[in-house]
Design a protein around this ligand. Sequence first.
Ligand code: AMP
Length: 399
Amino acid sequence: MSDKPLVLVINAGSSSLKYQLLEPDSGTVTADGLVERIGEPTSVITHEQGGADTVEELHLPDHRAAIDKMLELFAAKGTDLAHANLCAVGHRVVHGGRSLYEPTLIDSHVIDEVERVSPLAPLHNPPNLVGIEAAQAALPDVPGVAVFDTGFFHDLPDAAALYAIDRSVSEEYALRRYGFHGTSHEYVSHRAAEFLGRDYDKTNQIVAHLGNGASMSAIKQGRPVDTSMGLTPLEGLVMGTRCGDIDPGLLLHLHRVVGLSVDDIDQLLNKRSGLKGLCGENDFRSVTEMIEGGDADAKTAYDIYIHRLRRYFGAYLVELGHTDVISFTAGVGENAVGVRADSLAGLEGFGIAIDPERNAVRSREPRVISTDDSTTTVLVVPTNEELEIARQAKAVVGG
Ligand code: AMP
C-alpha cells in the first residue's frame, strides 16, 4: 500500500453504515463498503477491496459491532487500519445547527453540540453520533473530523434563508433554511469550474443534485445564494419518497380534518410521498420502466417531478441573472438522459440548449451536454461526497 495519508470516511445512518478508505490527494479508493440492517436479527455487510466483493450475513447488534466487523474485513484483506497510514476518520454529519459549519475536529464540545441540534435532524444526527462514538472506540488514536451537510450553505443570504413567519418564534427555535447535500454541491460546483478552466469566484452556477434525495443550489460568483432544501431535507424538489414543497396548510388539514397524528404525517411526507407516493415506486429506473409499459400514474409522477425541477430552474436562473454553468449530478442527474433533456427543454430563448447526442453519452467523467452556441454550459458532473469529506478532513488535521 502507498505511504500517502489515508482517510476513512464514515456515513452512519439509523441502521446502516457506509464507509470508504481513500487517499484524499489522488482520490484513489482502497476499499469501500456498506453495512445494512444493523440491530436486526440478520445484518449484511458488503465490503469491496482489491477488486473483490465480500458479502456476509451475520447479527450486528449496534454500530460498534458493525465497525469492528468492518475492521476485521479490512484486516482479512491485508489492511490493518489500526496501523495503516490513517490521518483521520471523516464523518458525514447532517446537521451542524448555526454554530458548526466548518469541517471540525471532533471533541466533547462538538459531540455535545451535534447532540443539542439533533431535534433539527432527528433521523440523521443521532446515528451520526453513534458512528462517531463507535469509530472513536475502535480507532482511539485517529482524529475524527465532522463534515457537515449544512456547512456549504451556512452563509445563505437572509432573503433566501429566513422563513416568513413570526421572527420571535424562528429566532427562539433556530428555524431557518439550512440546506443539505452541501458536500455534493460544493464538490460538483468546484469540479465544474475546474473542468471548464473557469475561476470559481467569477462563475454563476446552478447544481441539480438528483438522487433518491434531491436538491438544487444557486451559486453566484462562488457564493451559495439559494438552495431548495430548508430546515429539513423535506423541502424543495420531488424526491424518491419525499414530497418536497407542499402547502403547509395541507399538514394542518391532515391533522385536523383527516385525523392523522404528527408521526403519521411525518411518515406520509418522508416515506410515502414523492415518486413512491405518486406511482408506487421510488427507484427512478423502475418509474421509467413503468412509463415504458404504459403506466399512467408513473407518467404523471414523472411530469410532476419535471414540473418541480423546471420551477426551480426558473427561479434560480432569475436569481442569478446570468448563469454560466448548470450541472446535473447524483444517480438520476448522472444517468437519466430524459430528465436532463425535459427539465431544460424549450429554453433556447434563455440561452440554454441541450445537444441530444452529447446528452446521450454515458461516462463516469464530467462532460458537456449543451450545444456550442448555448450561452449557459450544461454539464453532467459525477458527484463524489466521500472524496470531498476526505479532503476536508485531511485539511483539518493538517495531514
Ligand atoms: P443516489 O441517491 O444518488 O444513489 O441515486 C439513486 C437514484 O438514481 C435512484 O432513483 C436510481 O433509480 C437512480 N438511477 C441510478 N442509475 C440510473 C439510471 N441508469 N437511469 C435512471 N436512474 C438511475
